[in-house]
Design a binder for this molecule. Structure first.
Ligand code: CUA
Length: 344
């Protein structure tokens, strides 16, 4: 091969590889990682992407060069020269991909093992090392239970910064799947089994929690939030929440309302809630009249047995049925809070 031809081949390769690199870099394919695990996954992603771009540039250069250089000229109808393979080339194009695939599997295996591993605590007796959160999925809501904090429940996933968190994920009905794009991992929620996921958030912020397994009518609405905050702030939230929700007399209806995520579907002005997925709770009086029930009884039934009466215009089965297991003190507080706030 002449020197000029090699230069042409290399030039085409640089243009193709450069173009592919720009597509990889300039388009934000993945969100910025917000956990150690996502950072490692990002590394594997780029490791594979760089290899792919190099191979793409090589193959594209050879194809384009051949199409331009060796195509049949007008009027030329001879057969091409007979070629019987090239042992050297065949060894190279077998050995190089084998080495690359081996390298990718070793890097991936290391990252998978590291991502499942909870490192030893630096200080003994740290209540946040690891923090265990039970994640329960159901049509169509998430709930999060902090077993180390008196089974405190929350409708949003609050997490301390830079602490390894062990999520134990299950489902009450059908298969769902837990996903926070910024944490880089997905884990199935399967009824009757507990699947684990380790997350070490390393960036403060609020990220979406998404159900990523088609689970029924409300699948697209099955969302919550993950809030990452400094460890101290997390501890004071957990302790404050325990106080608000604990004790028969101390239960605050508003705390029960937000802890159970009522505000992620309903409008209720006294709680500052403004969502329209479920019926407007500012109009509970009219709704109770339509259902032909006394106000407080109507509210209680609608929480513990939501399919008994469904407000016209809304779909049966969208409201989770699991609130029937709310402790009685919390349920009472919630009912009187809603009844007190319903407009006359
Ligand atoms: Cu739950 Cu999709």
């Amino acid at each position: 091969m002449r020197r000029g031809s090699v230069a042409q081949l290399v030039a085409i390769g640089i243009v193709c590889g450069g173009g592919a690199a720009l597509v990889a870099i300039l388009i934000p394919w993945l969100p910025d990682p917000a956990s150690r695990q996502a950072g490692r996954i990002d590394f594997v992603f780029w490791f594979v992407t760089v290899i792919c771009i190099a191979i793409f540039a090589l193959v594209a250069a050879v194809i384009i060069y051949s199409v331009l250089k060796f195509r049949a000229q007008p009027g030329e109808d001879m057969d091409g020269p007979p070629i019987h393979g090239n042992t050297g080339l065949e060894i190279v194009w077998t050995a190089v991909p084998a080495a690359l695939v081996t390298a990718i599997s070793i890097v991936s295996a290391i990252v998978l093992a590291k991502n499942d591993h909870i490192p030893k605590a630096s200080a003994a007796g740290d209540p946040l090392h690891p923090l265990v959160v039970e994640v329960t999925a159901q049509q169509f809501a998430w709930s999060f239970k902090y077993t180390g904090f008196g089974d405190l429940t929350s409708a949003t996933l609050k997490l301390p910064l830079n602490k390894p968190v062990k999520l134990r994920i299950t489902s009450l009905d059908v298969n769902h799947s837990f996903w926070v794009p910024e944490f880089g991992q997905k884990q199935d929620a399967v009824p009757g089994s507990w699947n684990n996921l380790v997350i070490t958030p390393d960036k403060n912020g609020t990220y979406p929690v998404i159900c990523t397994e088609l689970c029924g009518l409300g699948h697209a609405l099955m969302r919550s939030r993950a809030e990452v905050m400094p460890a101290q702030k997390f501890l004071s939230w957990a302790k404050g929440q325990q106080k608000k929700l604990g004790g028969p007399a101390g239960s605050s209806g508003k705390a029960v309302f937000t802890a159970n995520g009522c505000d992620s579907c309903h409008t209720f002005t006294p709680a500052g809630a403004n969502k329209k997925i479920g019926p407007d709770l500012d109009n509970l009086r009219q709704e109770a009249q339509r259902a032909g029930q006394p106000l407080e009884q109507f509210i209680r039934t609608s929480i513990v047995d939501p399919n008994a009466y469904v407000e016209p215009g809304f779909t049966k089965g969208l409201m989770p049925t699991s609130f029937s297991s709310l402790p009685k003190a919390q349920l009472d507080a919630l009912v009187s809070y809603l009844a007190g706030g319903a407009k006359k």
